[in-house]
Structure formats: C-alpha cells, structure tokens
Design a protein around this ligand. Structure first.
Ligand SMILES: Cc1ncc(COP(=O)(O)O)c(C=O)c1O
Length: 474
C-alpha cells in the first residue's frame, strides 16, 4: 500500500501545482515562503496576524520602482534613436490622491497632471509642504469649471511658470480672457474610440479637423495664451494593436501639421494608459512599445523637417496600480447546486474593488495560505445583499480557482486581490457611505527603512458605525 499512497500524493493537484504549471511563478512581486504568500517581499501572513482582516494595503516602494522603470525605457529609447527631445513623467493624481502616494512619487522627479478644481488645492498644499516648486510641470486636463479656471489663473499669478492648461474644447479658450499673464496652453485632440464602443469620437478634446483653423483664427494672435503642447489620449490605453497605432499615427500627423504653423509648440503629451499586470500570465513588452513610440515620432518629424517634441506621459494606473492589494478572509463555503461553490469573504467586492463590478476589470487573485491543498473552481461572494457582489472570472481563464479548504479547517483561507492601487478608492468613495453600510476596511501603508526592512503602519482604521451615521445625519 505504501508506494501507491505516495504516488497518489505525488499526483495530487495542489493549488501550487496549478500556478506552477500555468505561469512563471514566483514572479516579480509574488513569492511563496513556508507555504504562504509574500507580496513584494512582505509576508501577508504576518500582516494578517498583526492587523486582522479585511485590510487594504499600499506598498510604497513599488511606486518609485515603476516610475524609474518607465523613465529608463524612455531615456534609453531617446538615446538609441538619437531623439532630440526630452522625456517628462507626469503622475495623474486622479488615480490615487493620497498624500503618501504623491509624496513617494514626487521623490522620483515626476510632474503632475490635474483633473479638477480640488486638484489645484492639492497642488498648493504640496507646494506649501515644499514637495513641489514653481518650476514643476503642471498639466491641467479635464472640463474647466469656473472654479477650476479661477485656480489655474491663480497658479499663473503665483508664478508657477510651467503650468499648462490643456483645452478640452474650443469654447474653453474664452474662459482665460481675464488672465493677467499669458497662459500656457495645450490642445487635446479628440481620438476615435474602438469599433465596439457606444459612440464614435471621444467627447474629450477637439476634433482633429478643427484644430488647425482654431489655432490660426483664435490662438496664433491671442496675447492671453501661448500654445505649448498637443495632447491626445487613446482610451484603450497604450496597446500594441492596430487601433492604438492607428490613433497614434493620426495624432502624430496632426502634431506635425500644427508644429509647422506654431514652431513654439515644443511638447507632445501621450496621456496615460500604460498597462499593468492584471493576471500572472500578463505579457507586455513596455520597453519595445516605448521604443516604437519614440522611433515613430522621430521618423514623422524627420520626414516633415520639424523639430522633435519633448515627450510627456500621464501614467496613473501604471504608477500606483501595482502598489495596492486588498486581503480578505473566507468566512463561509456554500454549495448552491452540484457545480457552484461560493466562498463568502468578509467585506464587499463592490465596495472595495468597484471596477471589478462596474467595468468588469480583472485583478490578480491569489490565496495567501493553503497552497498545498487541491484546488477547485469557485465564485467569490461579498457580504452585501447585492447579487452582483461577486467575482468569478479571471482575465485568462474566465473562471476562478482557489484551494479547496474544509470549512472546519483550523486555519481559515485568506485571499488577496492584487494590483488594486489605482482608482478603487476614489470610485468607491473612500471612507464614505458604503453599500449595505459595510465599513471601509483598515488601510495599512508599508514602506522600507534604510536597512531595507519593511515598516508597516495603520493609515486608517476600519470605519466605525458613527463615521457613517454622522454622514447620514444621525
Ligand atoms: C487625460 C488623462 N490622462 C491620464 C489618464 C490616466 O490614465 P491611466 O491611469 O490609465 O494611466 C487619464 C485617465 O482617465 C486621462 O483621462
């Protein structure tokens, strides 16, 4: 009997076997030690024991690492292609506004993109704290309400000399009529959306066919403004496909046409949309894409005899996405029919990773423990009453597998959604009213000290009942 038993053991399909056979594992940011998961070298089991679940975490060093990688790719491509312009990395604040995130990003020679009036208050605060100075590049995107315009003009008056406001429409130009000093402006070119979209052309920006006349008739001789930048943002993000490169080529063509009539325009802004890993099999050659971008812009400029622009990006998700995670405990296993198993976790997915529910965004999902158990297909359910509070498909699989853990197991199963650092807090309304009054989980911020050891602290405790009741007027 013994040999048979050990063969049976060898053939067991553990969760570890599944991951090991399907992906390269361990991989950047994820490793297993003593059977439990480490995220960027931090033991999640330790954090669970220290803080309890559920919690969300921000691993700050990842932010700097992402920025440095992108700066390197651009600077190397610039050198390799003998490209004459410079590269400027801007962080798009809307992605994650937390003070610790901006403080970390600003340590790495980044500039800032803003989206609304309150963002300018954030800029002024960062300036007050000495984290930005008046030479930082500030790119103002988005719809300009009266309040946003007022604050952009205030920056201008205060002497922020590299503040560039990007026109989202032709009508916006007139809003700068009261400027005391000339306002540096950009023009956002509206891109066409992907074929399966609900409409054809993005509402953001100015139609390409209108841009040249708009410049000649309204901007060229206007003492209130100076055109410095052309901006475009392809909604799919920067993808190596026909659609992206098609929109990219249209934008470069428009840039060259505009540059010929406006030689003072020195900058081309490619927007955001640099992808991050949302599954363990993610393959994307960032370095190759950056080189293609730089090479194509250089070729187009050389062919038309115009000076190559400085290149700007506004990477949000890329900067901060991979720094975040949310960790849950599986409270209960439910079998609702012969094939459907539910793992009920101790918070709501709609509240903590709202993009998974609203735009069917995928995140890396991994168990923290029990990797030596067999795996099974499961649905993950939140504890709100909402039937759409679930997660049951991954980017590559269209299904979710997790270790099969007996409900009576001594150690519960813990699971984590990873690379959740972008947009989830602002979309879910961090610290506000939550669906079914399920509280915002505790938030842990992790950094490394000078010796390389990680240091974790509670940035915010789990919401208390009074927090919500107060907002509700009780
Ligand atoms: C103008 C602009 N720039 C940058 C971004 C950031 O995009 P991402 O977070 O995908 O990098 C966005 C996102 O909506 C945007 O609208």
């Amino acid at each position: 009997m013994r040999p048979f038993l050990s063969r049976e053991k060898e053939m067991k399909n553990t969760y570890f076997n599944l991951i090991d056979q399907t992906y390269y594992f361990p991989q950047e940011g994820f490793d297993l030690e003593d059977g439990s998961l480490f995220f960027n070298g931090v033991s999640l089991k330790y954090l669970i024991e220290e803080y309890g679940t559920p919690f969300k975490l921000t691993y700050l060093p990842r932010i700097g690492a992402q920025i440095k990688k992108a700066q390197n790719w651009f600077n190397k491509a610039i050198k390799a292609n003998r490209y004459k312009g410079k590269y400027y990395y801007c962080y798009c604040t809307k992605c994650c506004h937390f003070q610790h995130v901006l403080t970390e990003a600003l340590k790495h020679d980044v500039h800032i993109e803003t989206s609304s009036s309150f963002d300018i208050d954030l800029i002024l605060k960062l300036h007050q704290e000495g984290k930005i100075n008046k030479t930082h590049l500030l790119i103002h995107n988005g719809y300009k309400t009266a309040d946003y315009i007022r604050k952009i003009l205030l920056l201008n008056e205060l002497g922020f000399k590299n503040s560039i406001t990007v026109l989202d429409s032709m009508a916006e130009l007139d809003k700068y009529h009261s400027a005391k000093n000339p306002v540096k402006i950009g023009i956002r070119m509206a891109t066409d959306l992907q074929p399966q979209s609900d409409y054809y052309t993005s509402r953001l920006g100015i139609r390409p066919s209108k841009i040249l006349d708009f410049y000649k008739n309204k901007i060229a001789d206007n003492p209130k403004v100076q055109l410095k930048m052309m901006h475009f943002f392809v909604d799919s993000g920067i993808k190596d496909n026909l659609y992206y490169w098609g929109e990219f080529q249209k934008a470069i063509k428009k840039f060259v046409e505009l540059k010929k009539v406006c030689p003072e325009m020195k900058a081309l802004n490619l927007g955001g949309g640099f992808p991050i890993r949302n599954n363990l099999g993610f393959e994307y050659d960032h370095k190759y894409i950056v080189n293609e971008i730089v090479q194509n812009i250089k070729e187009a400029c050389d062919n038309e005899g115009v000076e190559e622009p400085d290149l700007f990006t506004e990477f949000g998700k890329y900067t901060v996405g991979e720094s975040g995670a949310v960790i849950f405990e599986v409270l209960e296993h439910k079998k609702q029919n012969d094939t459907e198993n539910w793992y009920i976790i101790n918070n709501s997915l709609m509240n903590t990773i709202p993009d998974a529910w609203s735009i069917l965004e995928k995140f890396i999902l991994l168990p923290i423990n029990h990797w030596d158990k067999e795996y099974q297909r499961v649905n993950i359910g939140g504890i709100s009453c909402d039937h759409s509070d679930y997660y049951n498909s991954e980017e590559l699989n269209q299904q979710v597998f997790l270790p099969k853990v007996d409900s009576k197991s001594k150690e519960p199963l813990y699971v984590g959604f990873f690379h959740t650092g972008a947009y989830q807090d602002s979309i879910s309304g961090y610290g506000g009213i939550k669906h079914c009054l399920i509280p915002s989980p505790k938030h842990i911020v992790i950094d490394r000290d000078k010796t390389g050891n990680f240091v974790s602290k509670v940035f915010r405790e789990q919401q208390e009942p009074e927090d919500m009741l107060r907002i509700l007027g009780y």
